[in-house]
Design a protein around this ligand. Structure first.
Ligand code: NPW
Ligand code: ADP
Length: 498
């Protein structure tokens, strides 16, 4: 698990590393530039590709100058450098690298206005204009430059961060960035890469270590952590000898109505395949035939018993409610009765929509519950947000206030624990953008909860497994179905168990 540090912390990591390793800042820049080149040559393998390096006058530009030199040394023989001369001040490291470049023969063009970029027509652009030192929106000549470069439609690879893109904080819709196909980013990804608004600035990113002290970085207490396979492997317990179905909990899923019975069955399927000892589905009776035909292992519970002082619903190891439930009077009664049990719930889909409608009901959600909203459900619950940064901050505050886990779903799903800590899930892909996928996630969370994993662990492991299953299936498929993702969970679980 990596902690995502902010730019101030990154700068102190620079200072610490320079002192600890007794190196100069120019040597650190050289290491960073070499690390960039290592990734770049994997991406652009043809040494005869024309490469234009656009360099600002800060350290991002300093990197660009070093990168141009290292690429040239590696046999990339069509590298040209454009010195973006829109600001007066240049950094020391920039000056050193410019002198190193001038020592060799190198095509250098000084750019005083975008007209000076007229020869830029083909090949790859390395964007080293502005990096993490960005302190305001692009305007004036920088804005013109970004618009000009974007208009060229060339393959842009950015150094550390695309020009104009803030590493952290709210991303305004009217921001303009130099749009990169790829960002090769130093040591840690920027938190803003994980928000959908980042699609305006980059398609992909790679993180490359540049030798900063990991020990020092790990000491920072960041609220944002990036999950990885190792964390999930550490969590998942193997199945032990002499265990039986009773060992692995009994999950109940309360879901479905006539038109959306599939959502209930998908959630139950995922629960079953994620290893719950027993899975029971509470659906309208009209769904029984479908249930028995598709999932014979799953049991049925008549939901009309729920209103009768618990009706045995209190005896399950975990309860999930919501997929395909509907928002009518009957569904409202079901949710009201479930909340009266005062047991932590996994709350999804229509159950969330009901909570959004009835504030009094929302207040009754027990501590330790897991809410799994997608963007629309989230904004219905907590008000409309105009940025993902704000949405995430609201989620953190609400998770603390309600002592619940919030799973804010997206390409990168944010799992927010009861203390406001955020785990970012790295697995999953656009092939999974199909109906029913959230129902499957709910089923996995229910299953892991029934097996005894605490709410935040169940949620983060479920998101990882769900996305990984989708990733494996997407290797050979343009789109993957929710059923297939559920069906593949046992394999990814097995793979992750140590
Ligand atoms: N540990 C690491 O990660 C390492 C990082 N390294 C590299 O350093 C990069 C950060 O370098 P940096 O701090 O010199 O800032 P950089 O991005 O070049 O900007 C320079 C100047 O631009 C200006 N400016 C800002 N916004 C503006 C705007 N909108 N419009 C116009 N001007 C604007 C602002 O000047 P000001 O406005 O204050 O006069 C600012 O001072 C980082 O991304 C990475 O590439 C490696 O070399 C070593 C290890
Ligand atoms: N592009 C994507 N990349 C990664 N995961 C995705 C993508 N699109 C959808 N998903 C995942 O699929 C699920 C969709 O949930 P949701 O919108 O509630 O679906 P549904 O209501 O159809 O069940 C979420 O877990 C989300 O993270």
């Amino acid at each position: 698990m990596q902690n995502l540090i902010n730019q101030e912390q990154m700068r102190s990591a620079d200072v610490f590393t320079i002192k600890e390793q007794e190196i100069s800042s120019i040597e650190l820049m050289e290491t960073a530039s070499a690390a960039f080149v290592k990734e770049f040559v994997r991406e652009i393998t043809d040494e005869n590709t024309p490469i234009a390096v656009l360099c600002g006058k800060g350290n991002n530009g300093g990197d660009g100058l070093a990168i141009a030199r290292i690429l040239n040394d590696k046999g990339y023989n069509l590298v040209s450098v454009y010195l973006i001369d829109f600001s007066a001040q240049e950094t020391e490291e920039y000056k050193v690298n410019l002198n190193r470049l001038k020592d060799q023969w190198f095509p250098l063009t000084t750019v005083k206005s975008v007209a000076d970029l007229k020869n830029l027509k083909s090949g790859v652009i390395i964007d080293a204009v502005l990096g993490a030192g960005l302190n305001k929106k692009l305007s004036g000549l920088y804005l013109e430059l970004a618009q000009f470069v974007n208009g060229l439609n060339l393959h842009v690879i950015a150094v550390d961060v695309p020009t104009g893109f803030p590493a952290e904080g709210k991303l305004d819709k009217d921001n303009v960035y130099i749009k990169a196909e790829l960002v090769i980013c130093f040591q840690r990804p920027k938190i803003n890469f994980f928000f959908p608004e980042s699609a305006a600035a980059l398609n992909r990113f790679i993180v490359t270590p540049i030798g900063l002290s990991e020990e020092f970085i790990e000491r920072f207490d960041s609220p944002y952590k990036l999950s990885d396979a190792g964390d999930i492997s550490d969590l998942i317990k193997p199945r032990k000898p002499f265990t039986h179905k009773g060992t692995y909990g009994h999950a109940l899923i309360v879901a479905g109505q006539r038109e959306t019975m599939g959502a209930a069955i998908l959630a139950a399927r995922a629960c079953l395949y994620s290893g719950a000892g027993l899975t029971t589905l509470s659906i309208p009776e009209s769904g029984l035939t479908a249930l028995n035909a598709t999932l014979p292992e799953v049991m049925y519970k008549d939901r009309t018993a729920l209103s009768q002082s618990g009706g045995g619903f209190e005896n399950f190891s975990a309860i999930a409610v919501g997929p395909g439930l509907g928002t009518g009077a009957e569904s409202l009664d079901i949710l009201t009765s479930l909340l009266k049990l005062k047991l932590p719930l996994i709350i999804d889909a229509d159950a969330l929509n009901l909570l959004g409608e009835y504030e009094e009901l929302f207040k009754q959600v027990p501590e330790g519950s897991v809410l799994t909203p997608h963007i629309k459900e989230f904004d219905h619950l907590f008000g409309v947000h105009d940025s993902w940064w704000d949405r995430l901050q609201t989620a953190r505050a609400q998770a603390v206030q309600r002592k619940c886990v919030i799973v804010l779903k997206n390409q990168y799903t944010f799992i927010i624990d009861q203390y406001g800590g955020v785990k970012i899930n790295p697995t999953g892909n656009p092939a999974m953008a199909q109906g029913g996928m959230g129902d499957v996630l709910t089923g996995i969370i229910a299953s892991l909860s029934a097996q005894g994993y605490p709410a935040d662990q169940a949620a983060s492991a479920a998101c990882y497994l769900h996305g990984l299953s989708g990733d494996k299936l997407a290797v050979s498929k343009i789109a993957v179905t929710a059923s297939a993702v559920a069906g593949y969970i046992p394999e990814v679980l097995k793979e992750l168990i140590k």
